[in-house]
Design a protein around this ligand. Sequence first.
Ligand SMILES: NC(=O)c1ccc[n+]([C@@H]2O[C@H](COP(=O)([O-])OP(=O)(O)OC[C@H]3O[C@@H](n4cnc5c(N)ncnc54)[C@H](O)[C@@H]3O)[C@@H](O)[C@H]2O)c1
Length: 315
Amino acid sequence: MKGHALVTGGAGFIGSHVVDLLLDEGYTVTVIDDLSTGRASNLRDDVEFIRKDVREITGDEVKEADIIIHCAAQVSTFKSVDYPSEDFSRNAEATFKLLEIIRKHNPKALFIYTSSRSVHGNIPPPHIADENWPYTPSTFYNVHKIYGEMLCKIYSELYGLRYVILRPSNVYGPRQPYWVGGWYNFIAYWFELAIKEKPIPIYGTGEQIRDYTYVKDTARAYILAIENSDAERQAFLLPTGIGTTLNELANKIIEITGSKAGKEYHPPRKGDIQRFVGSYKKAYEILGWRPEKTLEEGLKEEYIWIKKEIQSDEK
Ligand SMILES: NC(=O)c1ccc[n+]([C@@H]2O[C@H](COP(=O)([O-])OP(=O)(O)OC[C@H]3O[C@@H](n4cnc5c(N)ncnc54)[C@H](O)[C@@H]3O)[C@@H](O)[C@H]2O)c1
């Protein structure tokens, strides 16, 4: 047994893949999740599951953990524009409350904070963002992720918190919650629409560029970060270095699903950025991490999963 990990949001998309890898690697795992977007069925039987809101934990939940991985969040940048208070509470306040509990009840635990590449905002061509690219928030979600990062730093300086900040980049793959609709995880939602022969909605020209990462690649970075003391008190971007436009992505989904639905254009959304492409150089040099799946391979895996899910939902 390697140690005990507590994973908030562990019934969610990224969290549940992290949990699987932790179990495979010999860790014992407790998950805290309120199932607001996650699913208990994402969890294996050998996980202790506490259905609870992170903002309501009291201390007992964290006492035994060697590692505390914080994945619970409201994850939609666009939802944060329309509901900033909810975003503040689920992202900023929840992280603060969790860190206060850790400070009081288990200050020696290693804290892994799930931030986002979106803290960097728009990356104009020909640049590729690295971890030193300035914070350039465009929505409340980004501001609250930056706040979480700053909390890690200040808890470390004042109380010696050991932390690692991970900044995933547009993650996709099996278990992406298509059931929460267009707010979240538009890739899974687009698959659902394409499978049901409904048009894929694109806000703006569709020439916005993102850097998409396969979820099992993202999850592997968590294990590497936990097992490498050189990672402590550092931030790591987890992108692929390859930019893809929304139009290209929609075309790939239409091709993979064989859908006849097509695309439907809408006015741009507030807070949307034109381009993000990032470098994984630091993650490779320190963690030995690099993305392994190509976008085509990963999208096919997501399609196989989502097709089965939709068929069983319809039964
Ligand atoms: N998916 C991406 O592309 C992406 C990119 C960058 C960063 N992230 C970050 O990764 C983390 C995981 O996101 P995800 O994509 O797996 O989304 P998700 O919605 O599948 O996972 C979030 C999980 O947290 C739970 N949760 C939310 N608020 C909670 C609360 N207050 N208390 C307890 N549980 C709560 C949800 O039920 C869900 O299981 C988030 O911090 C998100 O901001 C995601």
